[in-house]
Write a protein of this length. Structure first.
Length: 434
């Protein structure tokens, strides 16, 4: 174990602890430094993600106090979510994320109350669905309305905020025996998604939502073909049904058709509308898109998918990342859009392939992250921009996908890479396991 990296992660914990506030049943954490920003519950920005970080701290250190904080935070989370009537089915910012964190807390603590809560929330995902076409789907408020100003409701489809992410949640529930009908519900979700595909250059694609109110054709993980195809390939792995794998492979063709050269490799464009913009993080870059290709390799044994993945990472490295910041790697160091997500993916690949260049990349990412941090009075944090098109709107956040908890998670992952127990708890949409 790397003591330096562990010390950095402990400094991250000290910062997060300074943002703790009292809830009705346990601790909560303000979204931003200094207690500012309303406390949220979800995995993306809020308390669920902080609880996950404390679970990983416990795995890394075996210190009971971190598990105790996670348990207390989990009880507050259960109470808060039980009273909420506006929970979405978005995998990171809604119900599937809560199910995942609470069930992982149940495993770590041995406390049945958290598994029971996860079972209840899993049923809420099913209850919020409705019959649509040949399967089931979800109609929810239009996402990102606070940015676009477009309001109303739409059927949501993608992995990040839509049905594909709910499907990943069903597969997690099936594998963890959280819902008797989970696999059938995942199949119904997939059947609706298949009929909602749109023809694209190279293969099928999916839009973020039905009747898209603005042009946004994305080949990548969060909002397009790679994410939905990942769910379909994972469903094939659970059911053995060939048609799901066939459509996933066809959708990979759409991803492949939207690459451009980068050094000796290639990168996938952000959207068809922005063909020259290449994100490097999980949401639209190689660490997300590569998850699909690695899963296809694992299922089929065909080296073409692994070769494509390696070329995609070569394309990332050709930009000079992480030391050189391109348009697709702005001043964001988190799990979703920035360095921590790249570093975690590099560690997963190093373990899966043995390639030393991926471990080297993870170490370089850790150095860049350390240089970008601020440290004061034993506390470490990052001032970063969540959105690429607002680089001057910077915040110091506590959360997992967009803040200190997720960055600390990567530091723990690297610190324990050679340990008997790796601290990282992979998310449900990750094909790598420990």
């Amino acid at each position: 174990m790397s003591d330096d990296l562990l010390q950095q992660a402990l400094e991250v914990e000290a910062f997060i602890a300074s943002c703790q506030v009292d809830g009705a049943a346990g601790p909560r954490w303000s979204r931003r430094a200094g207690g500012s920003g309303s406390s949220r519950n979800n995995l993306y920005h809020g308390n669920a993600g902080v609880v996950l970080f404390y679970l990983e701290l416990h795995r890394a250190t075996d210190e009971r106090r971190f598990l105790d904080i996670a348990i207390a935070g989990g009880r507050e989370l259960v109470g808060s979510v039980a009273d909420a009537d506006d929970l979405s089915i978005a995998i990171y910012s809604g119900l599937p994320g809560y199910v995942f964190v609470l069930n992982e807390l149940a495993k770590a603590s041995g406390l049945a109350e958290f598994r029971t809560a996860a079972v209840v929330l899993m049923q809420r995902i099913a209850d919020q669905s409705q019959p649509l076409g040949s399967g089931i789907g979800w109609v929810e408020p239009i996402p990102f309305s606070e940015i676009t100003g477009i309001t109303g409701e739409r059927e949501v489809l993608d992995l990040s905020i839509g049905a594909a992410g709910a499907g990943i949640g069903f597969l997690y529930a099936y594998r963890n025996v959280l819902h008797r009908q989970a696999l059938d519900l995942a199949t119904q979700t997939a059947d609706r998604l298949i009929e909602m595909s749109v023809d694209g250059d190279g293969g099928p694609n999916w839009l973020m939502m039905a009747d898209m109110p603005f042009p946004f054709d994305a080949p990548n993980f969060a909002h397009g073909a790679a994410g939905v195809a990942y769910f379909l390939a994972d469903l094939h792995r659970a059911t053995g049904e060939q048609r799901y794998l066939d459509i996933a492979i066809a959708a990979a063709g759409y991803v492949e058709a939207h690459t451009s050269a980068s050094g000796d490799g290639h990168l996938v464009c952000h959207t068809e509308q922005k063909p020259d913009l290449h994100y490097l993080g999980v949401c639209h870059g190689p660490p997300g898109t590569g998850r699909l290709m690695f899963l296809l390799y694992e299922i089929t044994g065909d080296d073409r998918w692994l070769d494509w993945l390696h070329a995609n990472m070569a394309g990332l490295l050709a930009t000079g990342a992480p030391e050189i910041r391109s348009d697709g790697l702005w001043n964001n160091f988190g799990q979703c859009c920035g360095d921590a997500g790249i570093g975690d993916y590099a560690l997963f690949l190093h373990r899966a392939t043995g390639k030393p260049e991926y471990l080297d990349l993870a170490r370089r990412v850790a150095a860049v992250i350390a240089d970008a941090s601020a440290v004061d009075d034993g506390k470490r944090w990052w001032l970063q921009a969540e959105h690429r098109d607002r680089p001057n709107f910077v915040e110091t956040q506590t959360g997992y996908m967009q803040g200190a908890a997720g960055i600390g998670s990567f530091l723990l992952h690297l610190a324990t890479n050679d340990a008997d127990v790796v601290a990282k708890i992979p998310l449900p949409d990750v094909p790598f396991t420990y």
